[in-house]
Design a binder for this molecule. Sequence first.
Ligand code: HEC
Ligand code: HEC
Ligand code: HEC
Ligand code: HEC
Ligand code: HEC
Ligand code: HEC
Ligand code: HEC
Ligand code: HEC
Ligand code: HEC
Ligand code: HEC
Ligand code: HEC
Ligand code: HEC
Ligand code: HEC
Length: 458
Amino acid sequence: MSGVISRHGIELGLVVMLCVSTMTLAVEKPVTPQTTCVTEECHASYKTQAVVHGPVSLGECKSCHDSDNPAEHTYKMTREGRDLCEYCHLDPAAEQNVHEPVAKGDCLQCHDPHSSASKFLMRKDSVALQCAECHKVTEGKKHLHGPTAMGECSICHAAHSSENASLLTMKPTDLCVACHVVTQEEIAKFEFVHEPAKGDCIGCHDPHGAETTKMLKGDAPDLCYACHEAVQTIAENSKHQHGVVREAGGCLKCHTPHASTVRYLMKDNPETLCLNCHAEPQAISADEVLPSFTSEIKDKKFLHGPVQDKTCSGCHVAHGSDNHRLLQKAYPELFYAPYNPENYALCFSCHSESIVQDAKTIDLTGFRNGDMNLHYLHVNKAERGRTCRACHETHGSNLPSHLREAVPYGMWNMPLGFTKNEDGGSCSSGCHMPKEYNRIAPVDYTSSQAAPSGNAPI
Ligand code: HEC
Ligand code: HEC
Ligand code: HEC
Ligand code: HEC
Ligand code: HEC
Ligand code: HEC
Ligand code: HEC
Ligand code: HEC
Ligand code: HEC
Ligand code: HEC
Ligand code: HEC
Ligand code: HEC
Ligand code: HEC
């Protein structure tokens, strides 16, 4: 028993010797007063319990009790408080963090000095019951952790003192994975590991038990918000919210809690993940349904660069945004908008704003008639500038330059009738009479082609 490597080793040796000699004496001589304390009539219970304290079983009552007044059979303690025990036992408060009752020298709060029904001379029938006298860590918890349910407090906690906080028997980073080897191996396999899963398991799990399954301290999203306030602010305060983020368990529809092969702890590559839901049309309100993304890009000849790369984050913020359709940056919602580059921040985060800046150019855009910049002409207007959506698709298209085949215009899905050729292209949309543009040999709009006419919505 390691605890008995006493700083009073010599005296302990003496106890043992005494034991041997008393046993011998017991045979040869009438018993001395010292060994008569425990008889069938007197103090018998001290020796009949399952666990009897070393000195008690040796009849060494004297190591703790000194005769005070033999006539009145009164005794005083040889030493007081912890000194009584530490005379034979190593200082249990040797480590840096000391359990409060131990620090106070209250050994007898937990231990019976004579004997006990349970190991370690507990006053209660088990270690767990002893702890429960002061700590109700399992009370009212629906799901208990295996070792806690079995009362194995000592696997994780030192009863007296420890070099670790919370009296843990190991460093917190080692404790959980000492048993959860499988989880540790799983985590080690992945490239991207959640910071707290590198050791702060109790950031999410209650080591004793919880209301929630898997002993989680709560359900996502609240569980996650505890450390990710910034995400909470976006999810709850954005003008346009993504319902799934705030749903019970929402975060875990897209993220794994421990580790992943995909950056940002994504459950899958971003496109597949989004398509888990957006392969199907999704109702956004009673009278608005988002089209199925899958059918939107299905069989399209040209996918927009980032869509080809299967990333959605270049344009969308999954958690919520002040821009419509959860867009990263501003992009006009409507067919018309007064020109202001800030309104097109989304497109101009990847494309150069210069395509629409100057009325005349010979190189900034391919959408020009000679040096007449047709992007400028259509978009750069103080009032009813045509927005990019009037002509371009955002996810994918069958036409080059991601041009649209048709654009919703009120109740009309207005065809654009665009064709592209080597030096320019042509358009026969509902906006105006068919028109061509040619970068090399500019078309003379004043003669060859009619000006916009009738009610055409230019
Ligand atoms: C390791 C120290 C120690 C040893 C050895 C020891 N006692 Fe005690 N004993 C105590 C302490 C401490 C108390 C104070 C009561 C308590 O808190 O349990 C006590 C109390 C008592 C009491 C008072 C009643 C009670 O249980 O509280 C009796 C009687 C007693 N001891 C008898 C004995 C006898 C007989 C022996 C030898 C067989 C013995 N003790 C050996 C420490 C010891
Ligand atoms: C909060 C309850 C509690 C208090 C207070 C307490 N102990 Fe313990 N002690 C235990 C438990 C539980 C064990 C069983 C070993 C384990 O689970 O780590 C134990 C084991 C022991 C052991 C045997 C095993 C070992 O670690 O050497 C000795 C000796 C011991 N305690 C002495 C003391 C002394 C001396 C004091 C007072 C300074 C004291 N204990 C205070 C709970 C307590
Ligand atoms: C006179 C020396 C002596 C004193 C004083 C003493 N002990 Fe012990 N203690 C022993 C011996 C000897 C053992 C048995 C060691 C063994 O079993 O290997 C022991 C064992 C124990 C154990 C382990 C029991 C088990 O189940 O393994 C505990 C707990 C313990 N003592 C607590 C105390 C406490 C609390 C005090 C103070 C009230 C105390 N001891 C005072 C000598 C002493
Ligand atoms: C006699 C009452 C008592 C018993 C029995 C008791 N403790 Fe404690 N324990 C305390 C007190 C008092 C504190 C300090 C205040 C607090 O944190 O609640 C404490 C604190 C703790 C702490 C927190 C330490 C820290 O540094 O944060 C742990 C862990 C602990 N006890 C575990 C146990 C275990 C395990 C047992 C059973 C072996 C046990 N306690 C038995 C009274 C007790
Ligand atoms: C699987 C390991 C493990 C087991 C088993 C375990 N604990 Fe803990 N316990 C911990 C960890 C880790 C902490 C630190 C929690 C924290 O800092 O939030 C802790 C904290 C504590 C605390 C202080 C904070 C609190 O929650 O009140 C007490 C008291 C405590 N445990 C008592 C017990 C008792 C009593 C048992 C046995 C019924 C037990 N523990 C079983 C790992 C464990
Ligand atoms: C002494 C071994 C041991 C230690 C240490 C331990 N666990 Fe466990 N844990 C278990 C056992 C056994 C189970 C039950 C396994 C089962 O039911 O499949 C369990 C279950 C769990 C579960 C629930 C698994 C499920 O599928 O429901 C979680 C979560 C968990 N432990 C987390 C932790 C954390 C966090 C720590 C560190 C504070 C920890 N464990 C320390 C043994 C341990
Ligand atoms: C960010 C919060 C978080 C952290 C940190 C965390 N977990 Fe988990 N853990 C979870 C969630 C959430 C689940 C439930 C997953 C599910 O149901 O799909 C879980 C499940 C588990 C399970 C059950 C089996 C499984 O994989 O589903 C075990 C065991 C487990 N965790 C152990 C650990 C250990 C050990 C650590 C520390 C190395 C740890 N966890 C850190 C949140 C966390
Ligand atoms: C105990 C605190 C804590 C909890 C609880 C927590 N996280 Fe984290 N999480 C962190 C820390 C620390 C980082 C790394 C620093 C950072 O990016 O903020 C992180 C990073 C992340 C990252 C980015 C990873 C990367 O590769 O950059 C994601 C995603 C994440 N957490 C999701 C979650 C989800 C989902 C939950 C709830 C299941 C959750 N977190 C709960 C502490 C926590
Ligand atoms: C678990 C299902 C689910 C996943 C996964 C999912 N979404 Fe959604 N999403 C929805 C639902 C339902 C709506 C409509 C209701 C709402 O906004 O809450 C929606 C709405 C949207 C909207 C329109 C929001 C608005 O206010 O107009 C966009 C854009 C969007 N999602 C993009 C994405 C992207 C990008 C991903 C991948 C990072 C993704 N979604 C992953 C379910 C999901
Ligand atoms: C619809 C899928 C989806 C849901 C639901 C979701 N996320 Fe994310 N999350 C993402 C994507 C995609 C990224 C990567 C962002 C990027 O590439 O810029 C991300 C990034 C993160 C990051 C790291 C970067 C950052 O923005 O701080 C954290 C932390 C995070 N998510 C936490 C959460 C939390 C907490 C929840 C639940 C409240 C949650 N996520 C719900 C898709 C989601
Ligand atoms: C180049 C920027 C860009 C990329 C990359 C992008 N989106 Fe979009 N997305 C938009 C714009 C702009 C809208 C708004 C379209 C509108 O209002 O007509 C939109 C709208 C949506 C909508 C609402 C329904 C709809 O089609 O109008 C969903 C769902 C959506 N995107 C999902 C995704 C997914 C999933 C990905 C990744 C595979 C993705 N987006 C990649 C720019 C982009
Ligand atoms: C009136 C229709 C129309 C509008 C509105 C329009 N575009 Fe274009 N855009 C075109 C045509 C047609 C081309 C193809 C030019 C060519 O190569 O023949 C084009 C080409 C492009 C190109 C390829 C590079 C270049 O300039 O040739 C980019 C990038 C582009 N547009 C971005 C935008 C953005 C961003 C907006 C909104 C700010 C926008 N477009 C508005 C018709 C339009
Ligand atoms: C995250 C970066 C990114 C954003 C944001 C973005 N694009 Fe693109 N875009 C690209 C890449 C990369 C290409 C080249 C690959 C291709 O042809 O799709 C491209 C190509 C284009 C083309 C075809 C260029 C050509 O040479 O024919 C047009 C038109 C276009 N984008 C319009 C837009 C519009 C309109 C927006 C705003 C709604 C936008 N883009 C936002 C990355 C982006």
